[in-house]
Design a protein around this ligand. Sequence first.
Ligand code: COA
Ligand code: AMP
Length: 636
Amino acid sequence: MQGKYLETYQSWMGDPEGFWKAQAERLDWFKPADKVFDAEAGVYGRWFAGAETNTCHNCLDRQIAAGRGTQKAIIYDSPMTGAKQSFTYDEVLTEVQAVAAVLKNHGIGKGDRVIIYMPMIPEAVFSMLACARIGAIHSVVFGGFAAHELAIRIDDCNAKAVISASCGLEPGRVVPYKPLLDHAIDMAQVKPEYSFVFQRDQHHAALRYEHGDVDLAKAVEVEKVNGTQVACEPVAATDPLYILYTSGTTGQPKGVVRDNGGHMVALAWTMENIYGVKPGEVFWAASDIGWVVGHSYIVYGPLLAGNTTILFEGKPVGTPDAGTFWRVVADHDVKVLFTAPTAFRAIRRDDPDGEFARKHDTSGLRALFLAGERADTETIKWAEKILDVPVIDHWWQTETGWPVAANPAGLGLLPVKYGSPAVAMPGYAIDVLDDAGHPVPRGTLGNIVVKLPLPPGCLVTFWNADERFRSSCLEEFPGYYKTADAGLVDEDGYVYVMARTDDIINCAGHRLSTGAMEEVCAMHPDVAECAVIGIADELKGQIPCGFLVLKHNVNRDFKVIEREIVQLVRDEIGPVAAFKNVMKVERLPKTRSGKILRGTMQKIADGMPWKMPATIDDPAILDEITVVLKQHGMAK
Ligand code: COA
Ligand code: AMP
């Protein structure tokens, strides 16, 4: 293997604590760690125990002290509104201090949870950093989730406040956020004391001041005029920086908890070593702050590393066309781009010959990173041809917060093997185990697991749910973290990630729980039972598809029921669920013990080879499912 990868990985393996201690030196600490790793603390140990720091200080104040005050920190580019605006590190600090002052004035402080439900606007990033500055714990909720999902999160983290905006913008429509927020608060058991609302020009929300609504921009303006300064609150390195809810196997999402210290250390290391960007350069993660990619690589990673980050409010296609990405790359001199494969599939569909790409000067771009779902070889090859840069598939999860496996551009690219996100990054010792927990030979499919302890930056637990974290991630394979991904490691150490081992699907780069969708379908009064599976889709990777068995006495038009159920999922989970395919079946295929054979149904739909499960109760039901799929044009 070329470059410094092997040497770096071995240096980590030889002395994990020494490796991360050295990486921590690039950051500021108010108090050094008593122990680099405390194996006795937390669920599986804690990194940088005893240290005190502040993530906002390291993102802003430290960079300014190092002379980056006048460098652009954030470039906001919105093809939705036509706005283009940049903020230097100095300017971001001013904005963040003003938001921090507003929060403090309303009694929000260290350890309080603040939900951020905002579109891709600079105020969202200022709000995240303001929480970090005062030691409050933010929890960003993606704008495509509906009121019910928001309510679940408000309750689970016992939010003291919500920061929101009057609206989000989707192509061709304005999405008013305030009615969703009000509905969520009405539904939630916990009533946040304040809702800070940023009024956007596209739509003004009616504020209910008597219910604790605050006009965020007005309050911020007062602090800016007064020049209010807010010092960074020292927090323990092990204190939570944020909670990010992600889909689990049930409707109850898992609150991934990220700490302050380990998170900074890991992300700062990745920017130069994995992504190969130097301080001062422009890095663009075309994602959303509601997802982990947005947390790690729109906000924290680039700022911790002294980069300029891009906040893009738009879509890869249709805003206005498939050339938007190339326009942004050219306009802002983007050096490294990171997005989901689905975005490239959408661009390729609209511009197969790359004509839009030729209209813009993308020669400054050095690499494209893809993650969030399996990157198909055709898409990678197409992107390589269009952009003439290395296209790097890398694999990670909300839980890990940074790549588990990648081809590290900064350490020197390794040979590309299509279909593989390359090799384990320092911090991760990857094994593949069979269902009984025994290692399988190289090249054999199994459960991908990571040896404990997880490296800095990975989740430390689920919010208020240590036991759920243990039982869902650590118990099945003792001594390991279960990724819930199936795959293999080949002779050269290249990882291949093939499928989830649970009911999570990846739709348009968004992680969704089919279990949660089943729970919603089952709420419909006409539904006796149901199964939701992910079916392969050329654009989105996978799309959810519901199979419904209706109650015997139901004789309403199925088209009406179908519309109601699609709407129900949209109302309960949100438009992001992309739940549009519903089929009526007489029976669901089950094992003799009553387990629905979702995996077999999925294989049939995807046209994959499948075997009749030995435990099946009635094999004829699979034929019935095949017929229904064919009738709907859904069988491959
Ligand atoms: N607020 C409100 N609604 C939202 C939303 C948001 N932030 N994000 C998505 N939605 C809505 C969409 O408008 C759509 O609504 P519709 O059913 O009324 O059309 C629905 O949720 C489904 O959205 P999506 O699955 O994203 O489909 P799409 O057709 O709008 O876009 C892509 C398809 C591929 C262009 C888009 O999904 C994309 O850019 N994906 C990349 C995702 C990504 O960056 N993931 C992060 C990991 S790196
Ligand atoms: P999320 O938590 O939303 O980032 O989704 C994580 C899941 O997405 C992983 O567990 C994988 O199933 C899938 N995933 C992410 N990146 C890749 C990749 N490069 N290749 C294959 N699957 C991926």
